[in-house]
Ligand binder design. Structure first.
Ligand SMILES: [Zn+2]
Length: 140
């Protein structure tokens, strides 16, 4: 984590960003180059959807952003690894997924790291978040 990142995360969430989170349907476009954005791809096989995971770690504590069940933009089918796709965004603190309406200010439990939660939120804000109206997965 860079000093610049820490500086950005110390402040309150920008009101514009709060608005983006509130309007978002929980889907986002995958980053063009997920690996360069810090995401690793997981396909566990079976019925479990594939997902991308960006993890933040401080000692034994973690927070993460998952991009779950990517759907290919062109075909609407399950996306191949690295294909342009939409996915559901889930922020988790430790092993606990945070409900979307709380991602700005997650209820932290003893042992959770507020800094990691904020780092994960920053990663969510770096995504191209979709609204209900523009999201093809939600509007039909
Ligand atoms: Zn959506």
């Amino acid at each position: 984590m860079t000093i610049e990142m820490l500086g950005r995360m110390r402040g309150e969430v920008d009101p514009d960003d709060m608005g983006r989170l509130a309007r978002c349907c929980t889907h986002a476009r995958l980053p063009q180059t997920p690996a360069a954005a810090g995401y690793r791809y997981y396909d566990l096989g079976g019925a479990a959807p594939s997902f991308y995971l960006r993890r933040f770690r401080l000692g034994t504590r973690t927070a993460a952003v998952s991009l779950i069940a990517p759907v290919e933009l062109s075909s609407g089918l399950d996306a191949e690894r690295g294909a342009p796709a939409l996915a559901q965004v889930v922020l988790s603190v430790g092993a606990r997924p945070i409900p979307w309406h709380e991602v700005c200010e997650p209820d932290l439990f003893p042992g959770d790291s507020a800094l990691l939660a904020r780092a994960a939120l920053q990663a969510v804000l770096e995504l191209d978040l979709l609204t209900d109206e523009e999201c093809p997965l939600c509007c039909d």
